[in-house]
Design a protein. Structure first.
Length: 156
């Protein structure tokens, strides 16, 4: 199961015991915020795209939206999200539980600037009913991120 892969990955950093599993779905930003008990903006959603170099994950704040022009300027290709089937095949997690932990080799992770306004955020952990609270530096540490990017629209 993907949650086991995510937990095993987080174990390398001593974070595996911090993974929370809920009796309710946390598959969307709104559901995750309700399950965790925080504002939706503090949910760290992980979006999956295809680039010329292969699949990438971009972790953004829950209220962030991708700015297509900024995305194209950054990655030199039009933003094309993976289909749910491609996400499972290429990333190793199903939509609703996609996270940067325990992913398949060759998937690059980017963190969006929209996350930097928070002390802690809550990414999923490989299932549609899980999350973990991480500081931004902890997220950097265990996500294996390539770089910070600024590809989201201004948040009102």
């Amino acid at each position: 199961m993907a949650i086991d892969k995510a937990r095993e990955h987080l174990k390398k950093y001593g974070f595996e015991d911090r993974v929370k599993e809920f009796d309710v779905s946390s598959a969307t930003v709104e559901l995750a915020a309700k399950a965790v008990g925080v504002e939706p903006c503090r949910i760290a959603k992980t979006l999956s795209f295809m680039t010329k170099e292969g699949p990438i994950l971009i972790v953004t704040a829950g209220d962030a939206r991708i700015d297509n022009k900024k995305y194209k300027d950054q990655f030199h290709v039009k933003a094309k999200m993976l289909t749910p089937e491609e996400v499972i095949e290429l990333v190793g997690h199903a939509v609703g539980g996609v996270c940067p932990f325990g992913i398949k080799e060759g998937v690059f992770v980017y963190l969006d600037e929209s996350l930097k306004r928070f002390e802690t955020v809550f990414p999923a952990c490989g299932s549609s009913n899980s999350a973990i609270e991480l500081t931004i530096s902890e997220l950097e540490q265990c996500s294996g991120y390539v770089a910070w990017v600024d590809i989201s629209k201004e948040i009102a």
